[in-house]
Design a protein around this ligand. Structure first.
Ligand code: NAD
Ligand code: DAU
Length: 338
């Protein structure tokens, strides 16, 4: 099989490329990535010379690039991870989110229609469902929960999902969509909560927590996410949406305190800062469908998974050290005053 992965130099896409090549050595894998600030080929160093792996630098929103690649490679399966993914950046500058997340998805769908694929899989997010009230612990996102977005990022991801479903209904494109909760694990770009806090705590820097730190996220180890996508590609039903999550709800404050404890750093590093605009209060996935229909279950426990992740950042200082320059420094300076 020939699988085209987009955004494979990013956090989840990179983990997926490693996972797929390890578990499916008979497949050909092509990784199409623009290498934005979030793309990093260091993540893929150990596999870059494999004969069944090919990297192509290019923009999913560029029709010529995408059509030329499809004409040449004729992939069997497409998995679209490529996206602008950071909510805070979307609040400052939504345009690139609409271009990549919406237009880019449309271009990939067009190419998948013109050079028929066996499956087009869209990597979506639980953020398309909006948020849940903090005091209603009994409520969860199911696949039937209406789309109700908060940020330009989530609005762009929901728009992409609707396009994917339209290509299924209108053109019969064999699509699936997965909506996963917050991922954590190796190769996570250090602007996101967990890696940001690990690295700042290691450097004895203040840890900026938005608002009161009582917002809740539902954490899943990235490898569990990769196994869920594999299940959907192998056994998922065309036209269906699958929620992915492992019932690991934590407040941001709980997560940050756990990181400080693991690193033996004082809680006095915590600094409460101005809240994110439109900040979603709580995400919580109901994974019943993927568990019952596809037999997927997460393997990682959040507490040990978080400790392993902290250990990964401790032993991979070169990987993140190289990122903490240039554009990243400017972004952190503009975003945080602590
Ligand atoms: P990321 O920001 O770490 O990586 C995105 C990758 O896409 C980068 O390698 C970047 O270079 C590439 N890219 C960006 N624009 C591109 C373009 N126009 N053409 C080609 N490549 C482009 O993102 P991530 O956290 O790995 O998220 C991957 C996907 O998973 C996204 O679609 C995101 O919406 C979704 N998702 C993320 C999470 C999470 O917790 N991180 C949870 C659920 C779903
Ligand atoms: O739920 C899935 C989503 O998870 C994905 O679709 C997104 O691509 C991914 O970035 C992530 O979005 P979040 O906004 O939940 O992740 P982030 O790491 O940016 O923030 C997690 C929580 O931590 C959120 O409530 C905001 C808070 N936060 C974040 C940062 C960066 C802070 O309190 N301080 C910070 O400095």
């Amino acid at each position: 099989m020939k699988i085209l992965v987009t955004g494979g130099a990013g956090f989840i896409g990179g983990n997926f490329v490693h996972y797929w090549l390890q578990n499916h050595p008979e497949d050909q894998l092509i990784n199409l990535d623009l290498l934005t600030y979030a793309g990093n080929l260091e993540t893929l160093k150990t596999i870059e010379t494999l004969p069944n792996y090919q990297f192509v630098q290019g923009d999913i929103a560029d029709r010529d690039t995408v059509f030329t690649l499809f004409e040449r490679e004729k992939p069997d399966v497409v998995v679209n991870f490529a996206a602008e993914s950071h909510v805070d950046r979307s609040i400052k500058d939504p345009e690139s989110f609409l271009r990549t997340n919406v237009l880019g998805t449309m271009v990939l769908l067009e190419a998948s229609k013109a050079y028929p694929v066996k499956r087009y899989h869209q990597i979506s997010t639980d953020e398309v469902y909006g948020d849940l009230p903090l005091e209603r612990k009994d409520l969860f996102f199911t696949e039937q929960t209406p789309l109700h977005t908060s940020s330009p990022y989530s609005a762009s991801k929901a728009s992409a999902d609707l396009l994917v479903q339209a290509y299924h209904r209108t053109y019969g494109l064999p699509v699936t969509i997965s909506r996963c909760s917050n991922n954590y694990g190796p190769y996570h770009f250090p602007e996101k909560l967990i890696p940001l806090m690990i690295i700042r705590a290691l450097n004895h820097e203040k840890l900026p927590i938005y608002g009161k730190g009582d917002n809740v996220r539902d954490w899943l180890h990235v490898e569990d996410h990769c196994r869920a996508i594999e299940k959907i590609l192998k056994e998922g039903k065309e036209g269906e949406v699958y929620n992915i999550g492992g019932h690991n709800e934590r407040t941001n404050l709980q997560v940050v305190k756990a990181i400080l404890k693991t690193l033996d750093r004082p809680e006095s590093l915590i600094s409460f800062v101005t809240d994110r605009l439109g900040h979603d209060r709580r995400y919580a996935i109901d994974p019943t469908k993927i568990e019952q229909e596809l037999g997927w279950k997460p393997r990682y426990n959040f507490d040990t998974g978080l400790q392993q992740t902290v250990a990964w950042y401790l032993s991979n200082k070169d990987w993140w050290g190289n990122i903490l320059t240039g554009e990243y420094r400017e972004y952190i300076k503009e975003t945080y005053t602590v």
